[in-house]
Design a protein around this ligand. Structure first.
Ligand SMILES: Nc1ncnc2c1ncn2[C@@H]1O[C@H](COP(=O)(O)OP(=O)(O)OP(=O)(O)O)[C@@H](O)[C@H]1O
Ligand SMILES: [Mg+2]
Length: 359
């Protein structure tokens, strides 16, 4: 199952263009209403990567659209960083093709690097420099002139809310501030596509939420973001679309909403007493009588029906009524919406946390 449009709620938040630019010049945001065709920021086709004959990426195909926040989700060792390092031209594909803003990573690495900003998984900042000294160093690496560098540094400091701390030693920064400085470094070259590898790994909840705010702010300023994460809530709340990778393979691709909906609806689990038999018969009647029932799984051993319905709110009352009419006393009811964790388990057969030493 694949859905290719950004989720409605997040798409409606989309920018009209970079600040100071006429919206008509922007081919990105606006979702379906936009008359402009969006650019493919990143195109990955049949990417395979092997290290010493061990395949760590197999037949990976996906696109990142201009203006979206795209998340690559997967447990440790899934191949997220390998994909990113290939996009960054640091690794060569063993097979397949990767293009960034239309440029091939193998034949046009210089052009690819010109449109990318990168924030690595490991902390890159040096504790014995100030934030501003750091950014100046990065600006020098990109050969920005003095005036241009000063302007850019002022802009990025403001974007990540570090202006007040710019002249303090990084030593005195909190983990969240260091990460924001990392992101600011990635923004210095004014990239079209920002690549963030695990931007909130190890941060406390409050700092993570702040980083999400900055990523959204950057999206409003017109930036395309590709990020990796193994936090399911992060992918759910922040990303327009996600790709789930498991052991080097793409196992699901879509909007968080689309992927959750694809599981067949909300889940109602009804528990009956041990004396209740004829649960198959009851399930058959409910399937016939109730149009909102998508699927019923009968577990005779635990005396349970697991019922997939289009919506819990609409289904609960008539469902209970119908079961009463069939004279099956209910012992307990549980209901829930599918989560991204359910999506992950459905497509990979295991929990993301089982494989992750970091969660
Ligand atoms: N340079 C390398 N040489 C050999 N094997 C490698 C190399 N780089 C990565 N691998 C292997 O490739 C697989 C994928 O690693 P990768 O770093 O891409 O995973 P990841 O999804 O980023 O994981 P994490 O969540 O831990 O960051 C792992 O099995 C890793 O051991
Ligand atoms: Mg990684």
């Amino acid at each position: 199952m694949q859905t290719h449009k950004p989720s409605a709620s997040k798409a409606s938040d989309r920018p009209a263009g970079r600040e100071g630019e006429a919206p008509s010049g922007y081919a990105g945001g606006g979702g379906d209403a936009s008359p402009y065709k969006r650019m493919k920021a990143i195109e990955i086709r049949h990417l395979k990567k092997t290290f010493n004959e061990k395949t760590v990426l197999e037949n990976l195909t996906l696109d990142v659209e201009e203006g979206e926040v795209f998340g690559m989700l997967g447990p440790n060792g899934a191949g997220k960083t390998t994909t990113i390092r290939t996009i960054l031209t640091l690794l060569k594909p063993s097979e397949g093709q990767v293009k960034v803003w239309g440029h091939d990573v193998e034949t046009q690495p210089r052009e690819v690097r010109q449109v990318l900003g990168y924030v690595p998984q490991e902390k890159a900042v040096d504790r014995f420099l100030t934030g501003r000294e750091h950014l100046t160093l990065v600006a020098d690496l990109y050969h920005l002139g003095k005036t241009e560098a000063r302007k850019r540094i002022r802009e990025v400091l403001e974007l990540v809310d570090l202006t007040q701390k710019a002249d303090d030693l990084v030593n005195s920064y909190s983990g969240g501030m260091k990460k924001k400085l990392d992101i600011a470094c990635g923004l210095i070259p004014d990239p079209k596509v920002l690549v963030l590898d695990e931007p909130t790994l190890g941060l406390d909840v409050e700092s993570r939420i702040r980083i999400w705010e900055y990523i959204r702010r950057l999206q409003h300023a017109g930036l395309t973001t590709l990020m990796t994460t193994n936090y399911l809530d992060e992918a759910d709340q922040l990303c327009d679309r996600i790709a789930i990778l498991d052991r080097g393979r793409l196992v699901a691709l879509g909007t968080p909403e689309g992927l959750k909906k694809g599981l067949g609806g909300d889940r109602v689990t009804i528990q009956f007493g041990p004396q209740q038999d004829r649960l198959e018969e009851l399930a058959g009647s409910l399937r016939k009588e109730l149009p909102f029932v998508n699927e019923i799984k009968v577990s005779p051993a635990s005396h349970e029906l697991e019922i997939r319905v289009t919506s819990n709110e609409e289904a609960l009352a008539p469902l209970i009524q119908a079961i009463h009419q069939h004279r099956h006393p209910i012992l307990a009811i549980q209901y829930s919406r599918p989560t991204l964790e359910d999506v992950f388990i459905t497509y990979t057969g295991h929990k993301i946390k089982e494989d992750s030493a970091l969660l």
